[in-house]
Design a protein around this ligand. Sequence first.
Ligand code: HEC
Ligand code: HEC
Ligand code: HEC
Length: 448
Amino acid sequence: MRGVWKSGLRLMAAVLLVLSARGAPPARAQEAQAPADLVTRGEYVAEAADCGACHTVPGGPHFAGGMAFHLPTGTLYAPNITPDAKAGIGQYSEAEFIRAIRNGIRRDGATLYPAMPYPSYARMTDDDLHALYAYFMQGVKPVATPVVQDGMHWPLSMRWPLTVWRRLFAPDPAATLKGATARNFPDPVVARGAYLVEGPGHCGACHTPRAVTMQEKALTAEDGALYLSGGAPVDGWRPVSLRGENRTGLGRWSEQDIVRFLATGRMPLGAAFGGMTDAINHGTQHMTADDQLAIARYLKTLSPTTPAKAPGWAYDPAATNALRAGDMGARGARHYVDSCAACHRTDGHGYPTTFPPLAGNPVVMDPTPDSLIRIVLEGNTLRATKQAPSAFVMPGFAARMDDAAVADTVSFIRAAWGNDAPAVNVADVARIRRSLSPEHPPASLPMN
Ligand code: HEC
Ligand code: HEC
Ligand code: HEC
């Protein structure tokens, strides 16, 4: 990353000139009242676009800002986007608002940090953005408390490197929209799913790998097989592949499994955690059943990145039989029986939709073990959703298990029941334990 900032130096003078010449656009004129159904439609767009996942803190007022992004240069907080004229975005005209969402340019002309997923939002239609603006101006309660940005160091306190980045790597919204409308899908349901996933849903912001310069390596299914093939860990949680891999992707999920997961955060093969919890709670659970199905159908069109001849997952009862016979010879078996089997069971099947199965679970076989280590250290709560009103807790084991015990236990669940995924080492556990301490928060986006 640093190299980019440096190579941006030469562009700096030019960019600063452009910025100072541009100045702030004129303030919003008094808008007429938008019809109520437009505001309601805008609220739905805000949910599909998951604006609340970053701009609302749990328990806080809607859209008053707050989620922290830990960057090597300091902590950036998502701003207040309520219509308050001072603390929020009340002064934004519709054109300025649309420019912020699609182009990542703030009202004063500064470039937004791409934690705000404008490279995906560039695909959002005029209609959706028109409704979204009506909702933010008239459907959201103004909150007068500003978000205080403290502790940002160079270069984020200075925004020109972001402008350089945007010009080099963010898609051109006009061309993007043109390309999106030119695309031809034989099935209108898949077309709707593609729009939701690639545009407002910004699923790729987490699920697509990024280049060293931070841009997503693919923004749509058309860009190739890296799209949604699994992203770098965000806040230490690893977004897995959403393509058709049998073991580590959605190859064994049916459309209905995906719909159920998007609606409730749970399905027979696994349960939501990490950033996906927010994506579901603020976003996908509020979508109509038709839109959830559209997303599922589109995801099922994505081919696997691993060769089709790679053997698929099949349940292997050897570990179950050994544990039931009292044979604790396998690495980590004793820890598993003592600490995990009460909920996830010796056969690894768990109690589906309550305690997720570990056998055949793509998250458990994922090439990157970070989330597994983290969930064992820290635990997690499977939150209640509209359709699944009870919460279930996975306890954290950080105080009870040392790094070697965690490495052994995670290696056990990766090896058992036909999972056959590589073991993890103690150094990985130590790295993740360190990143969970408040002095070393994990980077929110890969920035090195
Ligand atoms: C993944 C997190 C994330 C999501 C999702 C997100 N934002 Fe943001 N947004 C941010 C961050 C972080 C910033 C501040 C970036 C900066 O200061 O460089 C921001 C900035 C903004 C701004 C500029 C506000 C200002 O300071 O003038 C607006 C407007 C905005 N977001 C609206 C939205 C809307 C509307 C949505 C949903 C369509 C949305 N955001 C979704 C993270 C997010
Ligand atoms: C803030 C980051 C983030 C965003 C945005 C996000 N996801 Fe996820 N997603 C994750 C993480 C982390 C996981 C792995 C944990 C889990 O399975 O819940 C995941 C898991 C999933 C899974 C389950 C895969 C499995 O094998 O367990 C599905 C399906 C999914 N995401 C779909 C989506 C869709 C569709 C979108 C866009 C509407 C989306 N995600 C947006 C972070 C994210
Ligand atoms: C008290 C019951 C309980 C115990 C004991 C328990 N877990 Fe869990 N586990 C859960 C619940 C509930 C979830 C779902 C959490 C979520 O999704 O937020 C979960 C989730 C997981 C996941 C993520 C799977 C997915 O698809 O979401 C893994 C991996 C996991 N547990 C491993 C372990 C290991 C290893 C141990 C022992 C060290 C253990 N668990 C002990 C209840 C338990």
